[in-house]
Design a binder for this molecule. Sequence first.
Ligand code: OAD
Length: 232
Amino acid sequence: MEKIVILTGAGISTESGLSTFRDEGGLWAQHRIEDVATPEGFARNPALVQGFYNARRVQAAGVEPNAAHKALARLQKDWPGEVVIVTQNVDGLHEAGGARNVIHMHGTLAGALCSACGHRWGAPPEMAVGEPCPSCNRPTARPDVVWFGEMPYHMDEIYDHLASASLFAAIGTSGQVYPAAAFVHEAQAAGAQTVEINLEPTLGASGFDTYILGKASETVPNWVEQLLARPS
Ligand code: OAD
């Protein structure tokens, strides 16, 4: 059966109450990327960086999945083939909406990582500066999120999925951050149909076969409905 690979970005979670990065008033209008989302920024001012992710962790814990997250979980459950969800989001809203095996290529707010020994564990709601790693005891805990200049997670697995996809959808992502922005080309090279679902056409919209415009909470359930109604 046809395999569907879905890439999601901040736009799928914004109707749940979480900010996007690049929309007006988004996170990157309020914070400098180099201060809060790079290893160098963390080395310079760990308190600022932990504070930024602590605030996002608290926010993410207080919101609910919306109709778009739930529709993708339904697609995973009811589609006769495989549905792979790859997300750039560090919130847990896909899982809260019922999705399984979500690939978090930019890590997750729920995780802590030791930058010294690589040990991973569940992050407390508030991470403190210099918090010790439970494995090596060094004061080198950091949020388990991918920063600019670092390699996103699970790339081999993602490229394998793209190489065997029949349909690729990018939902609520501006397509400005690589390598995720190039997934559409990988999928096309493998012969997949491609669709962009976004509030507005992105700079890379012309690279997709089709696009669907509107709020994710409306467009995604409709799209899923149509896919599931397709004669197999
Ligand atoms: P962006 O903030 O760059 O893009 C959000 C996209 O969502 C935009 O294209 C909006 O048009 C769209 N959007 C907004 N509201 C929407 C809605 N209700 N329904 C559908 N679409 C909507 O966020 P990302 O593309 O996710 O990485 O950003 C990618 C990466 O850049 C993030 O993972 C993060 C950031 O820097 C790191 O921090 C490493």
